[in-house]
Write a protein that binds this ligand. Structure first.
Ligand SMILES: *Cc1c(COP(=O)(O)O)cnc(C)c1O
Length: 426
């Protein structure tokens, strides 16, 4: 693990596990819990999150693409994985070989039509193998999101029949996605659920029964148990955030992701001195400026220029001037104790007070000697101070940061770049 730059994220897998247990407690015993680990586990690291949630009692995983699902299989994840996005049917055999379930939407209509007239049905036209277990297919319904899925009853029945009749495929699921479950003033989610139930009963009346019916994202889970059905698909709240500010989660959630950087420079500048590209900040007083080795290429958005703040010594230090690609500047005039090597929190849990750059460099150097180069053993000690402080440390919420840019916590998590090393607390 290379940490010499002094910018890193901490992913607290124990927080994710506690969130999973708390969310699980809202479900009926028979309801399955699927966790969305798409987009690299919302930036937290897909395989690390996958292993953590499975050991905390999750039943299945969801991703956006077949590529993401294959990555999990290659990391030794054996549970059921559903690809939520559109996958071309040419990839069906690859999915079957890896035991990855696919979503069937209207882009499959031509192959479904072809299967109807073909001996051997869908499995045959998809080129599936009889030697592998059947490919699991989840039929997607558009009940109000207008994104993916079938809308017409006739199409749904035809597709269901085609799947049910074919060899080498399983009618593994039927699902829809809620568009506004996080809005307490909207009844769209209830309308969607009603449409879904109608389609499920119509299918049942012609003898078609998917193995599981599912609809709820995090917002749906919290909205009402009526949305839980056979399985729920939790995303954002597994990572410790509510789906929106309007939805107070009914169980405690602990944010898992924190972003830190060590101060690389502290300087006094006189009144009138501009800061950063374009001089968009001009010191209104004699100012102490601290520089941090992190910027928009790391996922700290440029729209936080002159608007965001970081936490140093437990206090807010405003971002001044434009956020650069790899660095940014903050005003520490009112936090006089700040010096080179101090640890700033850009979001998440405030840094433990004993965290300084030299402590980390010492830990890496000692670890390198002790472990033949990986640096891992002593970093464990470095992270111990996080563990001890975490339970009581205040949090700079991603919701608060996101609000500045009129965006959502999801986008900031996903923006965290691969350039930032993730340290895992487990
Ligand atoms: C991402 C996703 C989820 C999880 O949503 P959250 O709001 O993060 O809980 C559930 N279902 C589908 C289809 C998704 O794409």
């Amino acid at each position: 693990m290379m940490l010499y730059r002094g910018a890193f994220a901490v992913v607290d897998l124990t927080s994710i596990q506690s969130n999973i247990r708390n969310i699980r407690a809202l479900l009926q015993p028979g309801t399955r819990l699927m966790v969305a680990v798409k987009a690299n586990g919302y930036g937290h690291g897909a395989t690390q999150v996958a292993h953590a949630v499975l050991s905390a009692g999750a039943d299945a995983l969801a991703v956006a693409s077949l590529e993401e699902a294959i990555e999990l299989r290659e990391a030794g994840v054996n549970v059921s994985i559903l690809v939520l996005g559109s996958v071309p049917w040419v990839a069906a055999r690859v999915a079957q070989a890896r035991r990855i379930d696919l979503t069937v939407s209207t882009d499959w209509a031509p192959i479904l039509a072809e299967a109807v007239g073909c001996v051997g049905g869908l499995g045959r036209v998809l080129g599936l193998s009889k030697n592998d277990p059947p490919l699991g297919l989840h039929l997607k319904l558009d009940t109000g999101m207008s994104r993916l899925g079938f809308r017409e009853m006739a199409e749904v029945t035809a597709c269901g029949e085609c799947i049910a009749k074919s060899e080498s495929v399983r009618f593994a699921g039927l699902f829809t996605h809620l568009a506004s479950a996080d809005d307490p003033s909207s009844s769209t989610a209830e309308t969607q659920l009603h449409t879904l139930s109608g389609l499920v009963s119509s299918l049942a009346s012609v003898g078609l029964r998917p193995e599981v019916v599912h609809a709820a994202n995090s917002a749906g889970i919290f909205r009402s148990t009526a949305f839980h059905l056979d399985m729920v698909r939790v995303g954002i709240s597994a990572y410790g955030y509510p789906p929106s500010a309007d939805v107070p989660p009914p169980v405690p959630l602990q944010p898992a992701l924190s972003l830190y950087a060590f101060v690389t420079r502290v300087a006094h500048i006189p009144t009138g001195q501009p800061v950063g590209y374009g001089g968009t900040f001009v010191a209104p007083r004699s100012t102490r400026v601290a520089t941090l080795p992190i910027g928009y290429a790391d996922g700290y958005p440029r729209w936080l220029s002159n608007r965001g703040h970081v936490i140093l010594h437990g206090q807010a230090a405003p971002v001044i001037g434009r956020v650069c690609m790899d660095q940014l500047m903050v005003d520490v005039t009112d936090i006089p104790s700040v010096q080179i090597g101090d640890c700033a929190c850009l979001y998440g849990r405030y840094a433990p007070s004993e965290w300084t750059a030299s402590r980390l460099w010492d830990a890496i150097e000692a670890g390198a000697g002790a472990s033949g180069g990986s640096g891992a053993p002593r970093l464990v000690h470095f992270l111990d101070s996080y563990r001890q402080a975490a339970a009581t440390a205040p949090v700079l919420s991603l919701d608060e940061v996101a609000q500045i840019g009129h965006t959502i916590s999801y986008e900031l998590m996903c923006a965290l770049s691969p350039r930032i090393p993730r340290l895992y607390v487990e």
